[in-house]
Design a protein around this ligand. Sequence first.
Ligand code: IVH
Length: 355
Amino acid sequence: VARGFREIRHREAMLSLANALSADEVLAFDKRLADLLGNSAEQSLLYNCELKYDGLAVSLQYESGVFVRGATRGDGRVGEDITANLKTIGAIPLTLRDGFSPPLLEVRGEVLMYRSDFEKLNQTQEEAGEKAFVNPRNAAAGSLRQLDVSITASRNLRLFAYAWGDASLTPGETQSDVLAQFEAWGFSVNPLSKVCANMDEAIDAYRKIEELRAGLDYDIDGVVFKVNRLDWQSRLGFVSRSPRWAIAHKFPAEQATTQVNDIEIQVGRTGALTPVGIVEPVNLSGATVTRISLHNWGLVQQKNLTVGATVSAMRRGGVIPHLEAVVVPGEGEVKPPEACPSCGGGVEIQGDFVI
Ligand code: IVH
């Protein structure tokens, strides 16, 4: 991962979304908007429901239809120039399709790594004695910020386009039109976005997406409701750092605190010996968890993760639960095994891994 990317100042700040954790909060949001819009809201207030991707927001600038500059979100005002890296992502057109060439168009979206690609990448990292990535988001971030773009190119990153910034045109009359327009220009957009006639339908869409979540090949952490009409978005405007016309209905955290009762060794397909924590049974979004992955021995030793430690366990969208943080370290010391528990063979340390 490189230092020293050039800075890019966003011409329009990249903002954040207000969050809601309950249906009551989103109903209150809907009521507030209907009040603010006054009479015009007698026509129903439609929402475009989109997934809230757990990836990295990027800005993509096109001049006369050609991709010229791309940046990370950074602090929202200034990001890093990762143009060369973004050019390796298939979901980002180098020129807008249909010969469309407005003087200026900035498309925004989320870069992510599919879970299946993440698993493969970690396997390769492990075989090469390199550090594994903790989750697909970190892997995507590490892959994007590389001075050697051939590394980025090899990582199969994806993008979903969902917004625009500075532009010499408005790409449609509604958010759903804009997404269709992005697709026509060659960007990937998510097929699960849906226009809902009112907030009850939107909450229903949220529940359906929550059910689909575990089966998706990428991480999401909620559903975003956006007022579909762009003229109404303009009327509603912004409060501090967020648009008033959108809200992120987050999923409940799939995280819980528990205690490590034992540490077992799991022998992987490639012979890697992974530490697994046997924990006090804990409920992680509906399922009882008794075993969590502790990632690798380097981490176990560095964090003083011994029997008796209190840890926070985490699961993202149905994948294997894993250690997120050590809340209170245990006492004593844990040593990597000296022999393979399966075949009794010798072991070798490669980076943080024991093989
Ligand atoms: S719209 C002003 N749509 O959420 C809002 N953002 O908290 C502009 N995000 O930094 C963003 N999925 O990284 C929008 N469907 C979606 C999104 C989304 C994920 C992220 C984005 C942004 C953060 C805002």
